[in-house]
Design a protein around this ligand. Sequence first.
Ligand SMILES: Cc1cc2nc3c(=O)[nH]c(=O)nc-3n(C[C@H](O)[C@H](O)[C@H](O)COP(=O)(O)OP(=O)(O)OC[C@H]3O[C@@H](n4cnc5c(N)ncnc54)[C@H](O)[C@@H]3O)c2cc1C
Length: 365
Amino acid sequence: MALTSDVAVIGAGIIGLSTAYQLAQQGSTVTVYETGTPGFGQSAGQSRIFRHAHDDPRLVELAVRARAHWRRWEDELGAPLVSGDGGLALGDTVLRRLPAMQQYSEIGAREIGSDELHSLLPQLADYDGPAVFDPSAGSIHTRSAIELLTQSLGDHVVREQVISLRSVDDGVQVRCPTVVGEHAAAVVCAGRGTAALARGVGIEIPVKLGAHVRVSFAVRDGAGRLPTLQDGSDAFGFSGIYAAAYPDRSAYGLGLADSVDADVDGAIVDGDALARHAHDARAYMSRALPGFDPTPIGIVHCWVTALPWGDDGVGIWQNGPVFALAGHNLFKHAPTIGETLALAVDVGSVPTPFTPADELGADQG
Ligand SMILES: Cc1cc2nc3c(=O)[nH]c(=O)nc-3n(C[C@H](O)[C@H](O)[C@H](O)COP(=O)(O)OP(=O)(O)OC[C@H]3O[C@@H](n4cnc5c(N)ncnc54)[C@H](O)[C@@H]3O)c2cc1C
């Protein structure tokens, strides 16, 4: 059997779905190849943080565009996709990031004192260090976003594993176990599978594979609002903690920003480290957030694909009609990354600042 359409999108995580949605909106025919269930790779879980705070000011600008785009999706898809509860960040790092955010009045980010902090997050233990509130941040409702985008694409999402890609005279051939696709262009958004597929068409992506664990904890007394939390302060014995609320505000999904190194084939270098991360998440919960029950209600293991220039790094590689996306912490930027990939296919090249040479999302400090 042969499948034909203008563009093949490999992977139905949030990036592939966003790309396909934008391509369809701009009038291209599209086929999304997904080996499993849409949204159950790196996009799995109940929620993600939407934040504007980044080291690289270009990512702050991208986040501003993405936030507006999420609101547009809410109108088009007919459901709330980002909570209106805002985001809190603790520690010195966010003070360094604040001036870039304050370039955009629509963000509204500001430094706050401990009284306001505790009124915004009463579940937090005593803390009087640096704190910033971003009122337009929030928790992304990941399942709703995945389901609504998948529905909107209907039978253009096909359950097939892509075995290989090949550039041919007039485009790209996509080989799967039971079908072969012929397309004018292909976009590889296969998460952990991207580097291997891209290598088959001569694209080398310097992605580093890691494993990550995220643990969920229930709010003790219910919460009227539940802002996202990033804690880089070390005030409670840990630095690099992040937490995003479930869509119904019943729980936090919480983890350490660190991941555990893995080899290219997925072998975990330190097998006990993931268990330690889960243990540390629980210890942090007990010390820092007494308003939550420290007994975990859920745990998500997931792969991280980071680029060498930073934890928020992102880039698009191209060889002829094949485009491949890689990076980490991409959920919040998905609408604008999808729009950029659709544009890249349309014009036949990767726009700035998404080329690998741009090193978008580079760490500073
Ligand atoms: C625990 C955790 C917490 C995170 N927190 C945040 C956060 O707070 N904010 C944020 O913005 N980001 C966050 N991220 C990052 C974000 O979730 C990811 O960057 C994003 O989901 C990646 O989406 P994706 O579409 O690129 O990849 P994926 O969701 O992995 O999608 C790739 C898809 O491709 C499919 N696939 C793979 N190989 C093939 C093949 N050969 N053929 C067909 N299909 C294939 C897979 O089955 C998968 O469905 C977090 C990530 C993790 C793991």
